[in-house]
Design a protein around this ligand. Structure first.
Ligand code: 13P
Ligand code: SF4
Length: 301
Protein backbone atom coordinates (compact mmCIF):
# COMPACT_ATOMS: atom_id res chain seq x y z
CA UNK A 1 0.00 0.00 0.00
CA UNK A 2 1.28 3.49 -0.87
CA UNK A 3 0.53 5.36 2.36
CA UNK A 4 0.92 8.77 0.84
CA UNK A 5 -1.61 8.05 -1.92
CA UNK A 6 -4.02 6.45 0.55
CA UNK A 7 -3.84 9.51 2.84
CA UNK A 8 -4.55 11.85 -0.08
CA UNK A 9 -7.48 9.66 -1.17
CA UNK A 10 -8.95 9.55 2.35
CA UNK A 11 -8.44 13.29 2.74
CA UNK A 12 -10.72 13.90 -0.28
CA UNK A 13 -13.32 11.38 0.86
CA UNK A 14 -13.49 12.93 4.34
CA UNK A 15 -13.45 16.55 3.06
CA UNK A 16 -10.42 17.17 5.27
CA UNK A 17 -7.56 19.63 5.23
CA UNK A 18 -4.13 18.70 6.63
CA UNK A 19 -2.20 21.45 8.42
CA UNK A 20 1.40 21.06 9.56
CA UNK A 21 3.80 23.18 11.58
CA UNK A 22 7.33 23.84 10.29
CA UNK A 23 8.75 21.57 13.04
CA UNK A 24 6.89 18.50 11.73
CA UNK A 25 8.87 15.70 10.02
CA UNK A 26 9.74 16.49 6.39
CA UNK A 27 7.45 13.81 4.89
CA UNK A 28 4.48 15.24 6.82
CA UNK A 29 5.26 18.80 5.70
CA UNK A 30 5.43 17.54 2.10
CA UNK A 31 2.01 15.93 2.34
CA UNK A 32 0.21 18.73 4.16
CA UNK A 33 -2.09 21.19 2.37
CA UNK A 34 -0.65 24.07 4.38
CA UNK A 35 2.60 24.40 6.34
CA UNK A 36 3.19 27.43 8.53
CA UNK A 37 4.00 29.11 11.81
CA UNK A 38 1.56 29.13 14.72
CA UNK A 39 -0.12 32.39 13.73
CA UNK A 40 -0.61 31.58 10.07
CA UNK A 41 -1.95 28.10 10.84
CA UNK A 42 -4.43 29.56 13.33
CA UNK A 43 -5.78 31.85 10.57
CA UNK A 44 -5.95 29.06 7.99
CA UNK A 45 -7.73 26.79 10.47
CA UNK A 46 -10.26 29.52 11.30
CA UNK A 47 -11.00 30.25 7.63
CA UNK A 48 -10.88 26.74 6.14
CA UNK A 49 -13.98 25.46 4.32
CA UNK A 50 -13.38 21.75 5.00
CA UNK A 51 -15.42 19.93 7.70
CA UNK A 52 -12.40 18.12 9.08
CA UNK A 53 -9.04 19.60 10.09
CA UNK A 54 -6.17 17.22 10.74
CA UNK A 55 -3.60 19.16 12.76
CA UNK A 56 -0.05 17.84 12.54
CA UNK A 57 1.59 19.68 15.39
CA UNK A 58 1.26 19.74 19.16
CA UNK A 59 -1.78 19.78 21.38
CA UNK A 60 -2.14 23.52 22.07
CA UNK A 61 -2.25 24.16 18.30
CA UNK A 62 -5.03 21.62 17.73
CA UNK A 63 -6.91 22.93 20.78
CA UNK A 64 -6.72 26.50 19.46
CA UNK A 65 -8.04 25.23 16.12
CA UNK A 66 -11.00 23.55 17.81
CA UNK A 67 -11.77 26.70 19.81
CA UNK A 68 -11.68 28.85 16.66
CA UNK A 69 -13.73 26.31 14.64
CA UNK A 70 -16.04 24.63 17.15
CA UNK A 71 -18.32 23.12 14.48
CA UNK A 72 -15.48 21.34 12.71
CA UNK A 73 -13.97 18.00 13.58
CA UNK A 74 -10.37 18.59 14.63
CA UNK A 75 -8.15 15.52 14.69
CA UNK A 76 -4.55 15.00 15.74
CA UNK A 77 -2.44 12.05 14.57
CA UNK A 78 -1.03 11.68 18.12
CA UNK A 79 -3.15 12.95 20.99
CA UNK A 80 -0.31 13.06 23.50
CA UNK A 81 1.97 15.28 21.39
CA UNK A 82 2.32 18.10 23.88
CA UNK A 83 4.47 21.17 24.45
CA UNK A 84 6.73 21.19 27.50
CA UNK A 85 6.46 24.96 27.74
CA UNK A 86 2.64 25.00 27.62
CA UNK A 87 2.61 22.49 30.48
CA UNK A 88 4.66 24.87 32.67
CA UNK A 89 1.70 27.21 33.27
CA UNK A 90 -1.25 26.07 35.37
CA UNK A 91 -4.68 27.63 35.65
CA UNK A 92 -4.50 27.66 39.49
CA UNK A 93 -1.19 29.53 39.66
CA UNK A 94 -2.35 32.01 37.04
CA UNK A 95 -5.49 32.81 39.04
CA UNK A 96 -3.28 33.54 42.10
CA UNK A 97 -0.96 35.78 40.06
CA UNK A 98 -3.90 37.72 38.63
CA UNK A 99 -5.15 38.34 42.19
CA UNK A 100 -1.76 39.82 43.05
CA UNK A 101 -1.85 42.16 40.01
CA UNK A 102 -5.57 42.90 39.52
CA UNK A 103 -5.00 45.81 37.12
CA UNK A 104 -2.58 44.03 34.80
CA UNK A 105 -3.51 42.80 31.32
CA UNK A 106 -2.88 39.08 31.04
CA UNK A 107 -1.15 38.05 27.83
CA UNK A 108 -0.36 34.44 27.04
CA UNK A 109 1.83 32.94 24.38
CA UNK A 110 -0.29 30.70 22.13
CA UNK A 111 1.90 27.88 23.52
CA UNK A 112 -0.42 27.48 26.51
CA UNK A 113 -3.34 25.22 27.39
CA UNK A 114 -6.95 26.15 26.59
CA UNK A 115 -7.60 26.44 30.35
CA UNK A 116 -4.82 29.00 30.74
CA UNK A 117 -6.05 30.91 27.67
CA UNK A 118 -9.53 31.07 29.17
CA UNK A 119 -8.10 33.34 31.94
CA UNK A 120 -6.13 35.62 29.62
CA UNK A 121 -7.08 38.81 27.79
CA UNK A 122 -5.21 38.00 24.62
CA UNK A 123 -2.89 35.37 23.14
CA UNK A 124 0.17 36.18 21.04
CA UNK A 125 2.44 34.21 18.75
CA UNK A 126 6.08 34.99 18.12
CA UNK A 127 5.20 36.64 14.79
CA UNK A 128 2.32 38.73 16.16
CA UNK A 129 3.49 39.61 19.70
CA UNK A 130 5.03 43.04 19.04
CA UNK A 131 2.02 44.30 17.05
CA UNK A 132 -0.38 43.04 19.70
CA UNK A 133 1.54 44.62 22.59
CA UNK A 134 1.54 47.96 20.72
CA UNK A 135 -2.26 47.76 20.77
CA UNK A 136 -2.59 47.08 24.51
CA UNK A 137 -3.25 50.25 26.45
CA UNK A 138 -2.06 49.07 29.86
CA UNK A 139 1.29 49.66 31.54
CA UNK A 140 1.25 46.44 33.53
CA UNK A 141 1.41 43.12 31.68
CA UNK A 142 1.41 39.58 33.05
CA UNK A 143 3.10 37.48 30.36
CA UNK A 144 3.15 33.67 30.34
CA UNK A 145 4.49 31.04 30.03
CA UNK A 146 7.69 31.89 28.08
CA UNK A 147 10.12 34.09 30.02
CA UNK A 148 12.37 34.31 26.97
CA UNK A 149 9.73 35.56 24.53
CA UNK A 150 8.38 37.77 27.33
CA UNK A 151 11.86 39.19 27.96
CA UNK A 152 12.33 39.81 24.24
CA UNK A 153 9.01 41.68 23.95
CA UNK A 154 9.67 43.72 27.10
CA UNK A 155 12.81 45.18 25.47
CA UNK A 156 10.53 47.00 22.98
CA UNK A 157 8.20 48.45 25.62
CA UNK A 158 10.38 50.15 28.21
CA UNK A 159 7.39 52.08 29.58
CA UNK A 160 5.54 48.92 30.55
CA UNK A 161 6.07 46.69 33.57
CA UNK A 162 6.23 43.00 32.63
CA UNK A 163 5.50 40.29 35.19
CA UNK A 164 7.07 37.25 33.58
CA UNK A 165 6.19 33.62 34.25
CA UNK A 166 9.15 31.31 34.78
CA UNK A 167 8.48 29.04 31.79
CA UNK A 168 10.60 28.18 28.77
CA UNK A 169 11.01 25.73 25.91
CA UNK A 170 13.61 23.21 26.99
CA UNK A 171 14.93 22.90 23.44
CA UNK A 172 15.33 26.61 22.67
CA UNK A 173 16.45 27.47 26.19
CA UNK A 174 19.30 24.94 25.91
CA UNK A 175 20.97 26.80 23.06
CA UNK A 176 24.01 28.74 24.29
CA UNK A 177 25.88 31.75 23.03
CA UNK A 178 29.12 29.72 22.86
CA UNK A 179 27.57 27.17 20.51
CA UNK A 180 26.55 29.98 18.18
CA UNK A 181 29.94 31.69 18.40
CA UNK A 182 31.73 28.40 17.66
CA UNK A 183 29.69 28.05 14.50
CA UNK A 184 30.31 31.69 13.63
CA UNK A 185 34.08 31.06 13.95
CA UNK A 186 33.79 28.30 11.38
CA UNK A 187 31.44 30.22 9.09
CA UNK A 188 32.46 33.86 9.45
CA UNK A 189 30.01 35.21 6.88
CA UNK A 190 26.98 33.37 8.20
CA UNK A 191 24.01 35.41 9.43
CA UNK A 192 22.62 34.36 12.82
CA UNK A 193 18.83 33.82 12.81
CA UNK A 194 17.23 33.21 16.19
CA UNK A 195 13.75 32.27 17.44
CA UNK A 196 12.62 34.52 20.35
CA UNK A 197 12.17 31.45 22.58
CA UNK A 198 15.99 31.47 22.88
CA UNK A 199 17.80 33.06 25.83
CA UNK A 200 18.82 36.73 25.81
CA UNK A 201 22.54 35.86 25.41
CA UNK A 202 21.64 34.16 22.11
CA UNK A 203 19.14 36.79 20.95
CA UNK A 204 21.70 39.52 21.62
CA UNK A 205 24.15 38.15 19.04
CA UNK A 206 21.50 37.59 16.38
CA UNK A 207 21.29 39.35 13.04
CA UNK A 208 17.58 38.60 13.07
CA UNK A 209 15.12 37.46 15.76
CA UNK A 210 11.74 36.15 14.64
CA UNK A 211 9.21 33.36 14.29
CA UNK A 212 9.71 30.29 12.13
CA UNK A 213 8.09 32.00 9.15
CA UNK A 214 10.11 35.16 9.85
CA UNK A 215 13.36 33.16 9.81
CA UNK A 216 12.40 31.44 6.55
CA UNK A 217 11.47 34.69 4.88
CA UNK A 218 14.66 36.46 6.12
CA UNK A 219 16.91 33.68 4.78
CA UNK A 220 15.02 33.49 1.49
CA UNK A 221 15.20 37.22 0.80
CA UNK A 222 18.81 37.60 1.97
CA UNK A 223 21.71 37.73 -0.48
CA UNK A 224 23.84 35.91 2.09
CA UNK A 225 24.45 32.23 1.45
CA UNK A 226 25.24 30.90 4.95
CA UNK A 227 23.01 30.99 8.02
CA UNK A 228 23.22 29.79 11.61
CA UNK A 229 19.70 28.79 12.64
CA UNK A 230 18.78 28.82 16.34
CA UNK A 231 15.49 26.97 16.38
CA UNK A 232 14.04 23.48 15.96
CA UNK A 233 15.56 21.57 13.05
CA UNK A 234 12.23 20.82 11.30
CA UNK A 235 12.52 24.31 9.83
CA UNK A 236 15.47 23.13 7.71
CA UNK A 237 13.11 21.33 5.35
CA UNK A 238 11.39 24.52 4.15
CA UNK A 239 14.64 26.53 4.33
CA UNK A 240 16.45 24.09 2.01
CA UNK A 241 13.44 23.67 -0.26
CA UNK A 242 13.22 27.41 -0.87
CA UNK A 243 16.99 27.95 -0.89
CA UNK A 244 18.70 24.89 -2.42
CA UNK A 245 21.98 26.78 -2.94
CA UNK A 246 22.27 28.21 0.58
CA UNK A 247 23.84 26.58 3.63
CA UNK A 248 22.22 26.25 7.07
CA UNK A 249 23.90 25.28 10.34
CA UNK A 250 22.14 24.30 13.57
CA UNK A 251 23.99 24.74 16.91
CA UNK A 252 24.95 21.39 18.43
CA UNK A 253 23.99 19.85 15.06
CA UNK A 254 20.53 18.94 16.33
CA UNK A 255 17.63 20.63 18.15
CA UNK A 256 14.72 18.25 18.03
CA UNK A 257 11.30 18.72 19.68
CA UNK A 258 10.35 15.11 20.38
CA UNK A 259 6.62 15.81 20.49
CA UNK A 260 6.64 17.52 17.09
CA UNK A 261 8.25 14.40 15.66
CA UNK A 262 5.57 11.99 16.88
CA UNK A 263 3.53 12.36 13.68
CA UNK A 264 4.17 9.62 11.13
CA UNK A 265 2.55 8.64 7.83
CA UNK A 266 1.17 5.57 9.64
CA UNK A 267 -0.58 7.44 12.46
CA UNK A 268 -1.80 10.14 10.06
CA UNK A 269 -3.31 7.43 7.84
CA UNK A 270 -4.86 5.68 10.83
CA UNK A 271 -6.36 8.98 12.07
CA UNK A 272 -8.04 9.71 8.74
CA UNK A 273 -9.14 6.12 8.14
CA UNK A 274 -10.79 5.75 11.54
CA UNK A 275 -11.58 9.45 12.11
CA UNK A 276 -9.99 9.10 15.52
CA UNK A 277 -8.13 11.30 18.03
CA UNK A 278 -10.71 14.05 17.98
CA UNK A 279 -9.97 17.17 20.06
CA UNK A 280 -12.63 18.41 22.48
CA UNK A 281 -12.52 21.51 24.68
CA UNK A 282 -15.05 21.98 27.52
CA UNK A 283 -17.71 24.56 26.60
CA UNK A 284 -17.01 27.14 29.33
CA UNK A 285 -13.23 26.92 28.77
CA UNK A 286 -13.71 27.19 24.99
CA UNK A 287 -15.98 30.24 25.32
CA UNK A 288 -13.40 32.28 27.25
CA UNK A 289 -10.41 30.96 25.34
CA UNK A 290 -12.17 31.96 22.10
CA UNK A 291 -12.31 35.58 23.30
CA UNK A 292 -8.56 35.41 24.01
CA UNK A 293 -7.80 34.01 20.52
CA UNK A 294 -10.18 36.40 18.74
CA UNK A 295 -8.47 39.30 20.50
CA UNK A 296 -5.18 37.95 19.14
CA UNK A 297 -6.46 38.09 15.54
CA UNK A 298 -8.03 41.48 16.13
CA UNK A 299 -5.08 43.19 17.90
CA UNK A 300 -2.44 41.71 15.57
CA UNK A 301 -3.60 44.01 12.74
P1 13P B 1 6.25 29.76 15.63
O1 13P B 1 5.03 30.55 15.97
O2 13P B 1 7.43 30.61 15.35
O3 13P B 1 5.94 28.81 14.52
O4 13P B 1 6.70 28.91 16.91
C1 13P B 1 5.95 27.89 17.49
C2 13P B 1 6.73 27.11 18.47
O5 13P B 1 6.25 26.25 19.12
C3 13P B 1 8.11 27.43 18.63
O6 13P B 1 8.70 26.55 19.51
FE1 SF4 C 1 6.81 23.53 22.66
FE2 SF4 C 1 9.43 23.92 22.42
FE3 SF4 C 1 8.28 21.97 21.04
FE4 SF4 C 1 7.82 24.56 20.41
S1 SF4 C 1 9.76 23.44 20.27
S2 SF4 C 1 6.30 22.94 20.56
S3 SF4 C 1 7.86 25.47 22.44
S4 SF4 C 1 8.42 22.10 23.27
Amino acid sequence: MNLKEEILKLKKERNAIILAHYYQPANIQELADVVGDSYYLSEVARDSKENVIVFCGVRFMAESTKILSPKKKVLMPVLDAGCVMADMASEEELIKLKEKYPNASTVCYINSTAKVKSHCDVAVTSSSALNILRNIDNEQIIFLPDKNLGGYISEFFKGKEFILWDGYCKYHNNINKDQILNLKNKHENAKILVHPECKKEVRDIADYVGSTSGIISYATKSENIEFIIATEEGILHELKKRNPDKKFFIPGETICCIDMKKTTLENLYDTLLNMKNEIFVEDDVAKNALRCLENMHCLAK
